[in-house]
Design a protein around this ligand. Structure first.
Ligand code: UDX
Length: 429
């Protein structure tokens, strides 16, 4: 099929590239000229494992191209995916101005039937607004459909997730729209759930909020474990063996960051309130998440006593491994708090250093964990990269001023760390 994807962020770019890979002809559009210029040189502006290779392949076989021109996208394709940003506003609501803009641009350039599919994460009732915007901006009476097709891919495994989704959700209001979307996703041979548009929109917010709740729940349990000497890892294992609970997303630690969970949680809260329902559970989820960072800093303080003048080595800056994304990374608040208390910070991240430099100043960025450890008063682990999991602990111990490791991601075994002579503090055990 001939498809256009408007917006080349994590979701839009991965979706466009993967649609090309499964046989469609795809035009990816973005109004960021520099980004499109880079993509035209087969370069991916984000770090996402595997993406660049299939991008190159599909550009070469002429199934994938890039443009800054929405008009071209509308002319060339019957199906247009909107995948632009919906950043958070101060009150927690999503800024939908990019969606509105794109919808009106599409309408102004339409010359025949189009299926306009919203892939951006949006509050419920956005589909209705998109439909209205298109109607208002159409020059003549042209048939069209609006659909919702939320995306569930994770950063760091975006390509794998796109080819292997647990489900594809399509929210439609016509059989024609359903048939087109089924055809697009047919090669994936996956479960397709067809709903009305509003339900599809809510599925996305509800799923992310539920996963965030699971994380905050286990973090709260971790805090109880810590107070009584239980081990949250074992508790999570025991809970996860119950199929109704499941073992995923029960890793206690610094809580969730990234551009999706925090913003989607806020947006879901906002839309719930707007609809007249106080979803207080989600407020608690947010509070627990914030508190985890505080607990972590407190552990560092307990281990070092006075923070002022101490050198603290940070391992991992990105909000999770396999991404260079620093948005809402716990490392930002933690490092800023430590700096405010007078600590000197050295840090290592395998991929996020350049992006970290934009948000974290006065940090000595190092090339590897050993440079970080050299003469540091303690090490703090913030992201569970393989490069951190596989450090040579004996070498690290020799380099550190004091053998202290505070681990926000529970990557080492406390008994083994004690045997090696470390003062080792982790989360909930
Ligand atoms: C998330 C959703 O998983 C995805 O479906 C949606 O499309 C976008 O938002 P992403 O933000 O890429 O994806 O990362 P994810 O792997 O879900 O992790 C989110 C955060 O939760 C990370 O900060 C991670 O460290 C944290 N997390 C995850 C935990 O603290 N504990 C866990 O058990 C799992």
């Amino acid at each position: 099929m001939k498809i256009s994807v408007i917006g080349t962020g994590y979701v839009g770019l991965t979706t466009g590239v993967c649609f090309a890979e499964i046989g469609h002809t795809v035009l990816c559009v973005d109004n960021d000229k520099a980004k499109i210029a880079l993509l035209k040189k087969n370069k991916v502006p984000i770090y996402e494992p595997g993406l660049e290779v299939i991008l190159k392949k599909n550009v070469q076989n002429k199934r994938l191209s890039f443009s800054t021109d929405i008009k071209e996208a509308v002319k060339k394709s019957e199906v247009i995916f909107i995948s632009v940003g919906t950043p958070p506003r101060e009150d927690g609501s999503a800024d939908l101005s990019y969606i509105e803009n794109v919808a009106s641009e599409i309408a102004k350039n339409m010359d025949g039937y189009k299926l306009i599919v919203d892939k951006s994460t949006v509050p419920v009732e956005t589909g209705e607004k998109v439909e209205l915007t298109i109607k208002r901006n159409l020059k003549k009476n042209i048939p069209f459909d609006v659909a919702s097709n939320p995306e569930f891919l994770r950063e760091g495994s975006a390509v794998y997730d796109t080819f292997n989704p647990d489900r594809v959700v399509i929210g439609v209001s016509s059989k024609k729209a359903e048939d087109i979307l089924r055809e697009i996703y047919k090669p994936l041979k996956t479960k397709i759930l067809v709903t009305d548009i509003k339900s599809a929109e809510i599925i996305k917010h509800a799923s992310n909020s539920f996963l965030a709740t699971k994380i905050s729940f286990i973090n709260a349990v971790a805090n109880i474990c810590e107070r009584c000497g239980a081990d949250v890892e074992k508790v999570a294992e025991g809970m996860g063996l119950d199929k109704r609970i499941g073992s995923a997303f029960l890793n206690a630690g610094l809580g969730f960051g990234g551009f999706c969970f925090p913003k989607d949680l806020e947006a879901f809260l906002w839309i719930s309130e707007k609809l007249g329902y106080q979803f207080d559970l989600l407020k608690n989820v947010r509070e627990i998440n914030e508190y985890q960072k505080h607990i972590f800093v407190k552990k560092i303080e307990d281990a070092l006593w006075v923070i002022k003048g101490k050198t603290i080595g940070i391992l991992g800056l990105a909000f999770k491994p396999n991404t260079d994304d620093m948005r809402f990374a716990p490392s930002i608040d933690i490092i800023k708090t430590l700096q405010n208390e007078g600590a000197k910070i050295k840090a290592f991240d395998p991929k996020a250093t350049e992006k970290a430099k934009e948000v974290l100043k006065n940090v000595a960025y190092c090339k590897n964990p050993y440079q970080v450890a050299k003469d540091a008063d303690c090490l703090a682990i913030l992201t569970e990269w393989d490069e951190v999991k596989n450090i040579d602990l004996k070498k690290i111990k020799k380099l550190l001023k004091h053998p202290i490791i505070i681990d926000g991601r529970n990557i080492f075994n406390p008994k083994e760390m004690a045997k090696l002579g470390f003062v080792y503090k982790s989360m909930g055990r």
